[in-house]
Design a protein around this ligand. Structure first.
Ligand code: SF4
Ligand code: SF4
Length: 173
């Protein structure tokens, strides 16, 4: 058959020498490489027992923040969802009722707030877009899981605990 290009190369199958046929030099050379790496510093760590330090500006899991009085800061304005390039955020707004002033800072709050961590690209745009300092990206990771549904983080999972020492100061003010 006529060749389409001139780049064709005919390969010859050479007979193996005796040394090549007993494989010992190849095994010794392979063991040499293994031994050389055996005493080198490991490039891997025993995650999750050991964790690498991450810079302070690292963008990991999200946190819904509370104010100094422990009230939810989020007012369900939706700006974070609009800014999100991955369309990972969904929420439902609700009106604050009389007597709930100690729970929610604004008259409107997020009755439902979810982030799909499989969609999220951890860009931090939601944090930048939020006018209420309500959402932060922390330095922790989303733990591995076998079920895709477990990567949908609900408000209960995102909301910062009510303990005062956990409450973060707002970025502005
Ligand atoms: S970090 Fe980026 S991708 Fe993830 S929820 Fe926020 S805006 Fe969306
Ligand atoms: S987290 Fe911030 S930007 Fe997103 S809905 Fe709540 S207040 Fe608005």
């Amino acid at each position: 058959m006529e060749a389409l290009t001139t780049r064709r190369k005919v390969l010859e199958q050479k007979r193996m020498t005796l040394l090549e046929r007993i494989y010992l030099p190849a095994i010794a050379s392979g063991m040499g490489i293994t031994l050389r790496h055996f005493f080198k510093k490991k490039a891997t760590i025993n995650f999750p027992e050991q964790q690498r330090p991450v810079p302070r500006v690292y963008r990991g899991l999200h946190i819904l923040n509370r104010d100094e009085q422990g009230r939810e800061r989020c007012t369900a304005c939706g700006l974070c969802a609009v800014a999100c390039p991955a369309e990972a955020i969904t929420m439902e707004a609700a009106e604050r009722k009389p007597g709930e002033e100690n729970l929610y800072r604004e008259e409107k709050y997020a009755a439902k707030y979810e982030i799909n961590m499989l969609r999220c690209i951890f860009c931090g745009f939601c944090e930048d877009a939020c006018p209420k300092d309500a959402i932060y990206l922390e330095t922790t990771f989303a733990p591995a899981n076998y079920n895709r549904n477990n990567f949908i983080y609900t408000k209960d999972m995102l909301l910062l605990g009510a303990k005062r020492e956990e409450i973060k100061p707002p970025l502005t003010q």
